[in-house]
Design a protein around this ligand. Structure first.
Ligand code: GLN
Length: 187
């Protein structure tokens, strides 16, 4: 059974664990490099990316996380998507650079402080997308596959082993996005 870690330094990590358990993953919370080394894939949840960066720095987890992503799958949602990006603006900040996307934090402005939208995912069909102060993916490199868009911009993308959502699939009563990530981890 694939063993998936949820980065549990800050933010919305518990609901991810429930979704992943429902689709059959073995799940652990990850706060240290030793815990990270024990898992086959990782979820970086939503929350506040600036706070997460500070905690990653304090716990000396930034570099282990980046190295983990060089060979193992990571699913970044919302703040996690910001951490996965190659480039971040509004304001500029450090990121893991594991997926070739450029993101603007809180990129939809006040209009998307919080919104539930219906999107259409490639290979998924209709999906509910819960946006909370979401980043906007304003550019994506040629290796990035767009699985779903909202309002003309990508909101669910993958590049190689990694998956990124600017919305919160763990807040919908639908575990298909987590099941998709589990399949990526299980290979
Ligand atoms: N706005 C947050 C950030 O910039 C992300 C919001 C979220 O994860 N729901 O980090």
């Amino acid at each position: 059974m694939a063993h998936i870690g949820i980065l549990a330094l800050q933010g919305d990590y518990e609901k991810h664990a429930r979704s992943l358990e429902r689709v059959g993953a073995r799940v652990s919370e990850v706060r240290t490099a030793a815990e990270l080394a024990a898992v086959d894939g990782l979820v970086i949840p939503g929350g506040e990316s600036t706070t997460m960066l500070k905690l990653l720095d304090r716990e000396a987890m930034f570099e282990p996380l980046r190295e983990f992503g060089v060979s193992k799958p990571i699913f970044g949602t919302c703040a996690g998507a910001i951490l996965m990006a190659a480039k971040v603006e509004n304001p500029e900040q450090a990121s893991l650079g594991l997926v070739d996307i450029a993101v603007r934090r809180n990129g939809y402005g006040r209009q998307l402080d919080s919104r539930v939208a219906q999107i259409d995912g490639e290979g998924f069909g209709a999906l509910e997308a819960v946006f909370i102060r979401a980043p906007i993916i304003y550019s994506a490199g040629p290796g990035v596959r767009v699985l779903a868009s909202y309002d003309g911009d990508p909101v669910l993308v993958e590049e190689g082993r990694h998956l990124v959502a600017t919305f919160h699939p763990e807040l919908s009563a639908d575990d298909r996005v987590h099941a998709y990530f589990l399949r990526k981890v299980a290979g």
